[in-house]
Write a new protein. Structure first.
Length: 637
């Protein structure tokens, strides 16, 4: 009855479509869950802010968009256990004239407020706020309290040994401190957590969009307690401090399952921990999410549907090679194909695909896995990495006997994959017979679209990027602009004035369509005015005329709350795809070096890493500095 009452309020207040309520009530009954919890988890039927506003308006409670957690008195927090605050999604904010103002996510539920009155020993008054805002404030407020406890020891003072961690409750400061590491890391989209001891303190850094950022510190005396807590969760030996250890933690944070890979190593200052966070619900399993679009996407789609051959993805560690392979597999994963993978380790589980975790310590190497796969009647095989001659030889044998093989290599550019295979002892005629393409990839940070700032580049900027006025038109017109069409709406510019280049005088846009339609229209007709006068389509064989009519616009990072003041939010791939066609095969058989092979490929239309980066800069996706930093190693190599 209560569920029905809440649902009717949301419908009456316009926060929920009336036709969705019966279905939602059935789902709540089947799952034995609260209707509000289902709505907060899905976000498809209604936004949390709309829900809370509707409930607040119903009972006449004010609504707060943002909680100023830095102004909450410590004495109020000391009186409210963190588990109680989290369970009921409430937080005391301030005491005013003997009344405590309390942020609540459900102003219709009086029971938690009654309990809070008993805890605080006085009257309380509710103020509505979204569950996300309250949860974030809870973690930050109690974290501030724990950091005070963990950092209040003076330099040089000894810290008493904490109680046995196994006997601790969730109210222990160290446990809350460690739990907050995970919560904040997920909130800030971190991929790794580094816990690093020094002479006097323990420093925590998050890797966000490829860069490390210091986030908090604790007194050195708490290092053993912090390390022990992480080891207990990861199932490691807390008594062994002399050898490296690897473990795994599965945590549920804000309804999302997070897989945590834990690695500990002994150092001169104490044990150091690095934890890799893998969000199983947010893995980019589509190539368009990585930034592939237009001609590049069509090329990859054509290659991964071939019945046999080898596709290699190259790049340094952390360049998204495995994610790209996952994206390829997700596109061809159909019931009529038998797909097997050998990985070290298996990062994400793909439904319908047989995935093997190789373990060299017991003899299960990539080569051994490949041999066993060939007896499993596979259609497609993915090998995590080709590291030696044996693995390369078996992969080539598999491709020549009618299997599609996908794998990775550590090389700077696409052409380097050929020379690396030769260095491993693979015969050149086998490479030309089996290799379909080599795809070199880098990840660059994506500009935050809420705060990026446009500017007109100088001639030096254009030279550094390797783009002249003639090349500008070929990068910005149809093939390049189509990159936006495969991206999510959130990544696209908001309006026509956000286009990556500005029309010069005489290049006028007659209307203001949505960004994707505007880009599509511009890519088809770079000079509407000229096309209108001539009565036909523009001459696309003359890029110089289009380039002359354009002033390129670059964007620089600024920083805002949405991007945690970094100027960037997320990452996108830049790539070069070397197709092993007849001219490239001749160069390989002629024992040409990587530079010569690359030159043959570029003459056939291959876009290099730097050129693809230039396209992303011209489209306003990333900055000049990001592309230069990401492609420097490839240029040198």
């Amino acid at each position: 009855m209560e569920q029905q009452f809440v649902g009717e309020i949301l419908v009456r207040r316009g926060a929920l479509a009336e036709g969705k309520l019966p279905e939602l009530l059935r789902a709540a009954e089947d799952k034995d869950a609260r209707l509000l919890d289902l709505l907060y988890a899905s976000r498809d039927l209604a936004q949390p802010e709309e829900i809370v506003r509707a409930l607040a308006d119903e009972v006449g409670v004010p609504f707060l968009e943002k909680l100023r957690y830095d102004e909450i008195p410590a004495e109020l927090i000391d009186q409210v256990p963190i588990n109680f605050a989290r369970q009921h999604r409430l937080l005391p904010l301030e005491r005013k004239d003997g009344v405590v103002l309390v942020a609540v996510s459900n102003p219709l539920d009086p029971t938690p407020l009654d309990d809070l009155r008993a805890l605080l020993g006085g009257e309380v008054r509710p103020i509505a706020a979204t569950p996300e805002a309250i949860e974030d404030a809870i973690n930050r407020v109690y974290e501030r309290k724990d950091e005070t406890a963990l950092g209040e020891a003076r330099a040089g003072e000894e810290v008493e040994e904490l109680q046995d961690l196994i006997d601790m409750t969730d109210e222990a400061p160290v446990i809350r401190w460690v739990n907050n590491l995970f919560y904040q890391a997920v909130q800030q989209r971190a991929s790794d957590i580094h816990i690093e001891p020094s002479d006097r303190e323990v420093t925590v850094r998050y890797r966000i969009d490829g860069n490390l950022h210091p986030v908090k510190t604790a007194h050195k005396g708490f290092l053993s307690s912090i390390v022990s807590r992480v080891k207990i969760e990861a199932g490691l030996n807390i008594a062994e401090k002399r050898l490296p250890q690897d473990g795994r933690i599965t945590k549920k944070i804000q309804g999302r399952l997070i897989d945590v890979r834990v690695s500990t190593i002994p150092t001169a200052k104490g044990e150091r921990i690095v934890m890799r966070l893998l969000d199983k619900e947010k893995v980019l399993l589509d190539l368009t999410d990585l930034g592939y679009a237009g001609a590049q996407l069509e090329t990859i789609q054509h290659l991964i549907t071939r019945p046999n051959g080898i596709i290699l993805v190259t790049g340094p560690t952390g360049s998204g090679k495995t994610t790209t392979l996952y994206g390829c597999l997700s596109r061809i994963n159909t019931p009529d194909l038998n797909i097997l993978t050998a990985e070290d380790p298996v990062e994400y589980e793909l439904r319908g695909i047989g995935q093997m975790h190789v373990q060299p310590k017991i003899g299960l190497t990539f080569a051994a896995a490949l041999r066993s796969f060939l007896r499993q009647d596979p259609d497609v095989i993915m090998v995590g990495e080709i590291r030696d001659h044996e693995t390369a030889e078996i992969a080539i044998h598999a491709s020549l006997t009618g299997h599609l093989v996908l794998s990775t290599l550590h090389t700077n550019d696409a052409a380097g994959a050929v020379t690396r295979l030769v260095e491993m002892g693979v015969e050149r005629y086998l490479i030309t017979s089996s290799l379909l393409c080599a795809l070199a990839q880098r990840l660059v940070r994506r500009l935050c679209f809420q705060c990026r700032q446009p500017y007109e580049p100088t001639e030096q900027d254009m030279r550094m990027l390797g783009v002249d006025r003639e090349r500008l038109a070929t990068l910005v017109t149809s093939p390049g602009v189509q990159a936006w069409q495969g991206m999510s709406e959130a990544a696209a510019p908001a309006a026509v004035e956000d286009l990556p280049w500005a029309p010069d005088d005489g290049l006028l846009i007659e209307e203001e369509p949505t960004s994707l339609h505007a880009l599509d229209a511009i890519s088809r007709t770079p000079r509407r005015e000229a096309a209108g006068r001539s009565g036909g389509a523009p001459d696309r064989a003359k890029p110089s005329s289009a380039a002359a009519a354009m002033r390129p616009i670059f964007y620089r990072p600024m920083g805002c709350e949405a991007c945690t003041h970094t100027g960037y939010r997320g990452r996108v791939a830049i790539a070069e795809i070397l197709i092993v066609d007849e001219p490239v095969r001749r160069e390989i058989l002629n024992q040409s070096d990587a530079v010569t092979i690359q030159r043959a490929a570029t003459q056939r239309g291959m876009r290099t890493l730097r050129e693809d980066g230039a396209r992303q800069v011209l489209l306003g996706i990333t900055s000049l500095e990001e592309v230069l930093a990401a492609t420097q190693s490839a240029e040198v190599g």
